[in-house]
Ligand binder design. Structure first.
Ligand SMILES: [Zn+2]
Length: 272
C-alpha cells in the first residue's frame, strides 16, 4: 500500500514538472520583466515564439538569479542582448550573463570606456554576432518587432548617457519604450514614441522625462528601475510630480521587486 502511494506521489510530481516544461515552451504571451537588480537597469523579454532578449544587466551578478528562474534549464542561449550604454549600472551584470549563457547577438552603441571591467566584457562579446545600433534598424523575433529609435550617430554625442540605445518593442497592439539613461535633449529628438509602457529614463533623474515627452509617449504605465535608498536621490520628486499630472500608473522596482507584463497583443496584465 505504502509503495503504491509513493508511486502515485512520484507520478504526480512528474506530471507537475512536465506541465511546467510544456507551459514554458508554449506560453502564448509576450512577457516583459523589469528585473529588480538594485540601482541599475535590466529588462528581460520573452516572445510567444520563445525568443529571449535581455536589455542591460544591472550592476552585479544579481541578474543571474532572475535569469535562472526565467530561462528553462534546457536552454542555455539568449537570442539577443542589448547594452544601452557603457555605464557600470547597465553592463557589469552582463559579464556574468556572457559567462553563463551563449549570446547569439549583441547590440550596442559602439561607444567604449577604458574601465577594466568593460574591457573584460568586450572580450566576452567577441563570440557573439555584434551589431552597432543605428536609428531605424528593425529586428523581428516572431511576431515581436524591435525598432532602434536612437542613436543616429553616437560618435558626435558628448555625454555617455545620451548615447543610450533607445528601442521600441511592439507585439501587435501593445508596445514598450526602453530609454536607457537619455536626457531631455534626446527625448525631444525621438520619433514614433507612443507606447503603452514607458521605462522612465535614467532611473527617474530630473535630467529626463519632460512633460512634453510624457504627453507624446502617452503611456498607461511608467516603470522606474531604481535601487532602494540609493545615494543619487532617484527617483526625483520633480519627475514623480510630472508623471502624477497625467493618468499614468507608476511602478517601481525598489518598492515592488520584479515587475512582469504579459501581453496577448491587445491587453496587458501585470504580475508582481
Ligand atoms: Zn543608469
Amino acid at each position: 500500500m505504502k509503495k503504491n502511494l509513493f508511486f502515485l506521489f512520484c507520478l504526480l510530481i512528474i506530471n507537475i514538472f512536465l506541465w511546467q516544461v510544456i507551459f514554458q515552451i508554449t506560453c502564448p504571451y509576450f512577457q516583459v520583466t523589469f528585473l529588480d537588480v538594485g540601482q541599475g537597469d535590466s529588462i528581460f523579454l520573452r516572445t510567444p515564439q520563445n525568443h529571449y532578449i535581455l536589455i542591460d544587466g544591472g550592476s552585479s551578478s544579481k541578474v543571474l538569479e532572475h535569469l535562472d528562474k526565467k530561462i528553462p534549464f534546457f536552454k542555455n542561449n539568449i537570442d539577443l542582448v542589448i547594452l544601452t550604454h557603457a555605464h557600470d549600472d547597465h553592463y557589469l551584470g552582463l559579464i556574468d550573463v556572457f559567462q553563463r549563457y551563449k549570446v547569439n547577438n549583441f547590440l550596442w552603441n559602439g561607444v567604449e570606456t577604458k574601465a577594466s571591467s568593460f574591457l573584460k566584457l568586450q572580450e566576452l562579446v567577441k563570440d557573439s554576432n555584434i551589431i552597432i545600433a543605428k536609428k531605424e534598424q528593425r529586428i523581428r523575433a516572431g511576431f515581436v518587432f524591435l525598432e532602434v529609435l536612437h542613436p543616429v550617430n553616437s560618435e558626435q554625442i558628448k555625454d555617455l548617457n545620451n548615447t543610450s540605445v533607445v528601442t521600441k518593442v511592439s507585439f501587435k497592439n501593445n508596445s514598450f519604450l526602453f530609454t536607457g539613461d537619455i536626457y531631455q535633449e534626446i527625448e525631444k529628438e525621438l520619433e514614433n514614441i507612443d507606447s503603452d509602457v514607458l521605462q522612465i529614463a535614467h532611473h527617474g533623474s530630473k535630467t529626463s522625462t519632460s512633460e512634453e515627452f510624457l504627453r507624446l509617449v502617452n503611456p498607461k504605465y511608467a516603470i522606474i528601475s531604481v535601487g532602494k535608498d540609493n545615494s543619487y536621490g532617484h527617483p526625483h520628486d520633480i519627475v514623480l510630480k510630472r508623471i502624477q499630472k497625467y493618468d499614468i500608473f507608476v511602478l517601481r522596482t525598489d518598492l515592488l521587486g520584479n515587475i512582469n507584463f504579459f501581453s496577448d497583443g491587445e491587453k496587458l496584465e501585470i504580475k508582481i
